[in-house]
Design a protein around this ligand. Structure first.
Ligand code: HEC
Length: 148
């Protein structure tokens, strides 16, 4: 009897463990982690636009844009989103990304910063619409000068 219950216990543990392992392996990064990656690009982009560094700003812009595209393909649906991320990306974010890209190609920093401000507002717009308590900061603003 005792042996049987020990064996049963072991089987239960084995089943539990295999389930845990499975869910860890199949679990892709959730939206919040992807948002954090993208936000690193966004924040650094603001800092480098303020510094007037076109090459690095372009590199960050493209990095941010490609992570957004990855998010767009992965989050067709998400419990915290009302529409697919792709739709919001195209409607809300892409227009200002294009403005920043073009401005950087022309070395026009005031236009690039203007585009970045719009982009930041759009990030926050989506957060507000979805009740996400996260304010994205406009790091191109000179008030952040002392920080870095
Ligand atoms: C389609 C709507 C949408 C857009 C556009 C959007 N976000 Fe988000 N964001 C979300 C949602 C939803 C969450 C909450 C994710 C969660 O908790 O799983 C979030 C969370 C975050 C977080 C917090 C992550 C954490 O650790 O909880 C950061 C930082 C963030 N977003 C940055 C940005 C930046 C920067 C942009 C613009 C480049 C942006 N977001 C654009 C929907 C959006």
């Amino acid at each position: 009897m005792k042996l049987l219950s020990i064996i049963l216990c072991l089987i239960c543990f084995a089943i539990l463990f295999s389930h845990c392992k499975n869910s860890v392996e199949t679990n892709i990064k959730d939206l919040d982690q992807n948002m954090q990656d993208m936000s690193m690009y966004h924040d650094n982009l603001g800092i480098h636009l303020r510094k007037g560094d076109a090459d690095y700003s372009s590199w960050l812009l493209e990095g941010m844009d490609s992570s957004l595209q990855v998010i767009a393909t992965q989050f067709d649906r998400h419990r915290k989103l009302t529409t697919s991320f792709e739709k919001s990306y195209e409607k809300r974010l892409l227009p200002s990304i294009k403005i920043i890209r073009k401005a950087l190609q022309e070395n026009d920093f005031p236009a690039a910063i203007a585009g970045y401000r719009v982009l930041t507002k759009k990030c926050n717009g989506c957060h507000i619409d979805h009740d996400i308590d996260k304010e994205v900061k406009d790091l191109s603003d000179p008030i952040y000068n002392e920080e870095k």
